[in-house]
Structure formats: structure tokens, C-alpha cells
Write a protein that binds this ligand. Structure first.
Ligand SMILES: Nc1ncnc2c1ncn2[C@@H]1O[C@H](COP(=O)(O)OP(=O)(O)OP(=O)(O)O)[C@@H](O)[C@H]1O
Ligand SMILES: [Mg+2]
Length: 254
């Protein structure tokens, strides 16, 4: 199962991704937590060792190594049998969570970007041969990163939306794009909710059927993001309502 978490900048994609990674892992899945945002932050949100994060080699660099080995042919398939072995050098493992970082994608020239994406997909699809495996993709902000490449094999997109005009507008654009890309399960997740009227606002825009849940604004979550070296994500960091979101995803997608 592959779940992408998308939405406007700063709405809570990384926070929601960390919550999902933690819950799926707690329920016994092998979770591949993938930071697909070049401006990486999922590792910190999960409370992984900052030193290990600092030293982690991003997947794009693995691509360079493979390109070198294969004379530029990018023959990733030849590595498939040993993908687990290769991945070890490019990931941080914590219990049943394996954290991978996509890394900075070269800007300009979309062809180059597509190549990186399709490479990431080969890696992820190989990971998914693991039946008890769940991939959570923390996407970067906006819509340009949701492409045919990145959405390939994605079973569900969770679009995080803030109760603001700009928030619902971007969420709507992402929703349409995900639909056009043929993703079956597209859900809006309201975040940073403080008042009933904020829920109503999101409901009016998307309708109950398209909404997977609402998460409250929580001071401790905000405070945690200031800590340089936060503790590993735990039960106490879960946002209220996340367990429901997890249950729905697990039921609909697994
Ligand atoms: N429910 C919440 N309650 C309080 N603070 C929250 C909540 N969700 C997210 N935040 C805070 O909002 C900020 C942005 O969240 P986060 O980094 O998860 O967003 P993002 O969508 O991944 O951002 P970016 O687009 O920069 O990657 C963080 O400081 C985070 O702690
Ligand atoms: Mg983020």
C-alpha cells in the first residue's frame, strides 16, 4: 500500500505523515517513511537521531551511483533482487520503520525531474513487494510534484487542508489533479481546526464523502516543531482523530 500526503505549504503534510508512519508501525506494518520533499523534515518530525539524519545519503545519490555503474543506463532493475541490501545504505531503520529521503531534485528541465521520479518509483515499487509493507510519502508543497511519475502505484492521496480560502483552493486543485492522474482514493483531511465553523467551512467545500477526518490545532504539536532534538514520536504526539484516519485508510486501502 502506498499513501501520498499532499497539500499546500505549511498545512501539516509532514505532521500528518509522521502520525501515519507511527500508527501503521504501531499496528505491525513495515513502514517505509519517504521524505519526498527536498526540504526534508519528516525525519525530525519522527524524532529520528539528528546525527543519523545528517549522515543519511538521499536516494537521488543512489541513482548517481547506479548510473555510474551502468554507464548511464540507469539499470535499476538489475538491482531488484538485492534491493533490500541496497536500501540499507540509504535508510535509517527504527523498529519497523525504515526512513528514506528522496533528496534535492535538480531544478529546471522537467525531463531530469521525471527521471528522478521514475527512479524513486522503481525503488518504492520494489519495496512494496513486501506484503506487510506500507509506504508513506511526505510530498512537497503544491501540485507540481504530483506527477504521473510520483503517483504511479499510489493507492491513496491524503490532501491536508487548512480552513482558509487559500487552503481549500489549493486542496481543490490537488484533488482534481489526483483525480486526473487516476488515483482511486482521494481524501481531504482538515487540519489545525479550532472551531466548529472551520469544520463546516471545509465540509461546504468538499462534502462529507470526500473528507476523511478533522484534526484539532494542538499547541504541543506546534511546540514540538521548535525542538532541535525531539524525542522519538510516541503515543503522546498523536493528534486526536488520527487513529480514525488510520483505521479508514487501513480498511479501504490494504
Ligand atoms: N494540528 C496541528 N496543531 C498545531 N500545529 C500544527 C498542526 N499541524 C501542523 N502543525 C505545525 O504547523 C507547522 C507546519 O506543519 P508541517 O511542517 O507538518 O507542514 P507541511 O505541510 O509539511 O509544511 P511544508 O509545506 O513546509 O513541508 C509545524 O510547525 C507543525 O508543528
Ligand atoms: Mg513538510
Amino acid at each position: 500500500m502506498k499513501i501520498a500526503v499532499s497539500g499546500k505549504g505549511g498545512v501539516g503534510k509532514t505532521t500528518v505523515s509522521a502520525n501515519l508512519v507511527y500508527l501503521f508501525a504501531r499496528e505491525g506494518f513495515n513502514v517505509y517513511a519517504v521524505d519526498a520533499d527536498p526540504d526534508a523534515s519528516l525525519g525530525l518530525a519522527l524524532g529520528l537521531d539528528p546525527q543519523a539524519l545528517e549522515n543519511l545519503v538521499p536516494l537521488v545519490e543512489m541513482k548517481e551511483v547506479i548510473d555510474e555503474k551502468s554507464g548511464g543506463g540507469g539499470a535499476f532493475y538489475s538491482l531488484n533482487p538485492d534491493v533490500d541490501d541496497v536500501i540499507k545504505d540509504y535508510s535509517i531503520k527504527q523498529n519497523n520503520i525504515r526512513f528514506l529521503m528522496m533528496g534535492g531534485v535538480k531544478q529546471g528541465g522537467s525531463a531530469c525531474y521525471c527521471k528522478e521520479n521514475s527512479f524513486l518509483n522503481s525503488v518504492l515499487n520494489s519495496l512494496l513487494l513486501d506484503q506487510k509493507g506500507v509506504v508513506i510519502l511526505d510530498m512537497s508543497a503544491g501540485i507540481e510534484h504530483l506527477t504521473r511519475g510520483t503517483s504511479q502505484g499510489v493507492d491513496a492521496v491524503v490532501i491536508v487542508a487548512e480552513p482558509t480560502r487559500a487552503g481549500v483552493k489549493t486542496a481543490g486543485v490537488v484533488q482534481k489533479l489526483a483525480f486526473d492522474l487516476g488515483i482511486k482514493n482521494i481524501k481531504i483531511l482538515g487540519n489545525k481546526i479550532r472551531r466548529q465553523e472551520e469544520k463546516d467551512f471545509i465540509r461546504q467545500h468538499f462534502g462529507d464523502d470526500n473528507i476523511i477526518g478533522f484534526l484539532p490545532y494542538r499547541e504541543e504539536t506546534w511546540t514540538r516543531s521548535m525542538e532541535l532534538d525531539p524525542a522519538a514520536f510516541g503515543d503522546e504526539d498523536l493528534l486526536e482523530g488520527m487513529k480514525d484516519v488510520y483505521t479508514k485508510l487501513a480498511k479501504e486501502v490494504v
